[in-house]
Design a protein around this ligand. Structure first.
Ligand code: FES
Ligand SMILES: [Fe+2]
Length: 387
């Protein structure tokens, strides 16, 4: 008889609150995601005086940095006849629409209409969203009412500098958020890097709900313990290997935040922000190697394109083992390989998936509370790393 993971009745009961994948403006998962601060862009990629279109959780916005240096997010379109505000002129800390010159301040208030009167301008306001910058990223609050406390994730402690990376994944964000709970995949997905033994024992893992999310405790047979905090709805703090073995300087492991944010239901961006602790006296050598690495990455083809070619059978992983960010290609293949949106109704879960189940249970509970208009849990910032 075929193995199934759910009795029909249980499947029906769970089906009500298990749409974790759709995060558009009128969805339950979207409401949960909008309850927290979300990173949308790397700070260093938005110079003063620049406006850009932004697409997050299937909605369009305009991101710009005013001449004072403050990053702002406004509605996607001008209130007049709806052209895109990303093409607007940045004037001071305001945006002047390219089409007929209506000008909006950072609160979305229209402050000038060249062909109309001031009274008309005073009556027009477009949407604006609270923004903050932290750890090299621009965070935005897209939810209702007052935003939660910021920062919700503490800065790294001690000496070191912060590096941020942004990767594009051509699949739904939730299957990649599940991957955050999936320590075991590294032994197989990333085995080309030689970083991991082949068939390791599964560590003893416990997942405990906390006031910020979930604390994972993993203990291996030799007594090593690793604690990883997961912040609801979508932030993991952990240590990961350096993306670049060729750097040769600095630590091989980096203290890291991993955050996955939907562009729409079939694509997401993966924000990686890390502390790099370079040994004393090795800063200059590190900077040189790092510049070489960034140059290599700039010349290399984007990991998601290569991942899709591998999935299409045009090339294999062994054709790209020299890519400067091989680990991301491997992850795109494994996670994108689950489909544009993974089909959870047909999966067969095992011991290695206990964390994923613990996380889904919390997501379902919170989505149900949102659906029923009951108070959802007020997640607290992670104040310090658990010990
Ligand atoms: S469409 Fe923006 S001013 Fe006319
Ligand atoms: Fe991975």
């Amino acid at each position: 008889m075929a193995v199934t993971n759910m009795k029909p009745r249980a499947r029906k009961a769970a089906a009500q609150y298990n749409d974790y994948e759709h995060t558009g403006p009128v969805t339950l998962a979207g409401a949960f995601m909008r309850s927290g601060w979300q990173p949308v862009h790397r700070s260093q990629d938005l110079p003063s005086g620049r406006a850009k279109p932004l697409r997050i959780m299937s909605e369009g916005f305009t991101l710009f940095r005013g001449e004072s240096g403050k990053a702002q997010v406004l509605a996607h379109r001008c209130a007049h006849r709806g052209t895109q505000l990303s093409a607007a002129w940045v004037e001071g800390d305001t945006l002047r629409c390219l089409y007929h010159g209506w000008r909006y301040d950072a609160t979305g208030q229209c402050v000038e209409m060249p062909a109309e009167g001031a009274a008309y301008a005073a009556r027009v306001k477009i949407a604006s969203y609270p923004t903050r910058e932290h750890l090299g990223l621009i965070f935005v609050y897209f939810g209702e009412g007052e935003p939660p406390a910021f920062p919700h994730i503490p800065a790294f402690v001690g000496e070191g500098h912060v590096e941020t990376y942004v990767e594009y994944f051509p699949c739904n964000f939730f299957q990649c958020w599940e991957n955050s709970f999936d320590e075991y995949h590294v032994h197989f997905t990333h085995r080309t890097g030689g970083m991991h033994p082949r068939y390791p024992e599964l560590p003893e893992m416990t997942f405990t709900e906390t006031d910020y999310g979930i604390l994972r405790r993993a203990e291996t047979k030799d007594g090593r313990v690793k604690l990883s905090p997961f912040l609801m709805p979508n932030v993991l703090r952990t240590t990961v290997p350096s993306p670049n073995a060729m750097q040769g300087h600095g630590p091989s492991e980096r203290d890291t935040y991993l955050i996955k944010v939907p562009v729409d239901d079939f694509n997401h961006v993966f924000f990686i922000t890390q502390q790099v602790r370079v040994r004393e006296g090795e800063e200059a050598a590190y900077r040189e190697k790092h510049a070489q690495y960034l140059e290599m990455r700039a010349k290399a083809r984007p990991p998601h394109e290569l991942g899709l070619e591998i999935l299409a059978g045009k090339i294999t992983l062994m054709d790209v083992v020299d890519h400067p960010y091989l680990a991301i290609i491997e992850d795109v293949v494994a996670q994108g390989g689950q489909g544009a949106i993974a089909n959870r109704s047909e999966e067969l879960l095992g011991r290695s998936d206990v964390g994923i189940l613990a996380m889904r249970k919390i997501w379902s509970r919170e989505m149900r509370a949102i659906a029923e208009g009951k108070p959802a849990k007020q997640w607290q910032p992670l104040l310090k790393m658990p010990e």
